[in-house]
Design a protein around this ligand. Structure first.
Ligand code: GAF
Length: 375
């Protein structure tokens, strides 16, 4: 159904917010660390019209029916299922004192959900910019990202970090976003694989997510407990050079491995950015591969589909490959010579068929711009 058919009125505008893939720096954001995502061309689109009765009605091309609620009555968890995200955005804007009135919202998407491409953050960000844009309220993109994270943490109840929302709000076309969470500073790093005859291959391994929420929360808790045991505010405070000393002070072997992942991963982000700044993109490949090994062996968040996809990409000639995102399914990224992109993807398809895995798909990973109004 069209916007007019659903809400009986014409829209006032449309806003988009993209998904992301993270090049490197996984599970470092909630440790005050470093991340390096790019925004994807794929996005969530929110088309909206104003209402002045303090109510929000939201429909989605992917779901049946219209969900309606009063902004004043929103409380954490009061709206469930997919509409929890638009409701969460309205809740945090209300809590922060923004006069968003009311709205009709139609959500559309070409961003696969459940593929680890950050569709939740994109939906929160797209709704936030639409609700603010309808009232011509200007808010700094990084502040919108922080509000979207708060909504996901406090309204939806998912203890995520700030990477995905920042990628969705603050990325620019042709660049990766180097985001230092402790400093809350960003730098745009030019990222243009085709200019070096390279391709960033993104492959959705179509693995069913298993225990994602509980496992994510458990990893975060381990990191926070380790920081407390080491007497630091967050694991970012453990310098790479002091890692062995820190590990020796921890009593539990699992916690030791979680800490080793975080501290070495932050160092890999620094190394990747230095190589990219020096124009040595090919040399970033081995850092991807080392990141994957760390996520598989120390952080233990990969699944067979992710490991097989990475191993197959490497065997077929990729310069480096790793899982990207929260883990337990989702996507891998592989840095490959442009001429090898097709053969590498075909090799993954073939190996997946041999393993009896679902057919993987590949995505266009052109680094794209963060959220914006489009009409
Ligand atoms: C998910 C979370 F939402 C991010 O905050 C981040 O922790 C990521 O997993 C892992 O790097 O996408």
């Amino acid at each position: 159904m069209s916007f007019e058919e659903t809400f009986g009125t014409a829209p006032d505008g449309s806003w988009r917010a993209p998904g992301r893939v993270n090049l490197i720096g996984e599970h470092t954001d909630y440790n005050d660390g470093l991340v390096l995502p790019i925004a994807l061309p794929n996005k969530i689109l929110v088309t909206a019209s104003k209402r002045d009765d303090g109510r929000i009605a939201v429909a989605s091309t992917g779901h049946r029916g219209v969900v309606e609620f009063a902004i004043d009555e929103l409380a954490p968890g009061s709206v469930g299922d997919w509409a929890a995200y638009p409701a969460g955005a309205a809740w945090i804007l209300r809590e922060s004192g923004y006069p968003i009135g009311g709205a009709n919202l139609m959500v559309d998407s070409d961003l696969p959900s459940g593929a680890g491409l950050s569709s939740s953050a994109a939906l929160l960000c797209a709704t936030s910019v639409a609700l603010l844009g309808l009232r011509d309220i200007e808010v700094d993109p990084a502040e919108v990202a922080r509000l979207a994270q708060k909504a996901e943490n406090q309204y939806v109840g998912a203890p995520v970090g700030l990477m995905d929302q920042m990628a969705s709000m603050c990325c620019t076309a042709g660049h990766a976003l180097f985001f230092d969470i402790r400093a809350m500073s960003t730098d745009q790093i030019p990222f243009d694989p085709p200019a070096d005859d390279l391709t960033l291959l993104v492959v959705d391994v179509k693995a069913p997510h298993r225990h994602v929420d509980g496992e994510y929360a458990a990893r975060r808790k381990s990191c926070e407990q380790a920081a407390a045991e080491l007497g630091v505010p967050a694991l970012r405070s453990i310098a790479f050079e002091d890692l062995d000393d820190a590990l020796a002070r921890l009593s539990d072997d699992v916690v030791r491995r979680r800490v080793r992942h975080v501290v070495t991963e932050i160092r890999r982000v620094e190394d990747a950015v230095a190589l990219m700044r020096a124009g040595k993109l090919r040399d970033v490949g081995p850092l991807f591969t080392a990141s994957h090994a760390s996520l598989r062996d120390d952080f233990e968040i990969t699944v067979p589909e992710l490991d097989v996809a990475v191993d197959t990409a490497l065997a077929a000639g990729a310069l480096g490959a790793r899982m990207t995102g929260g883990g337990f399914g989702g996507c891998i990224i592989a840095l490959v010579e442009a001429a090898a992109a097709e053969p590498v993807f075909s090799a993954i398809e073939k190996t997946f068929a041999e393993h009896g895995f679902a057919a993987p798909t590949s995505l266009n990973a052109t680094p794209s711009a963060g959220a914006s109004r489009i009409s």
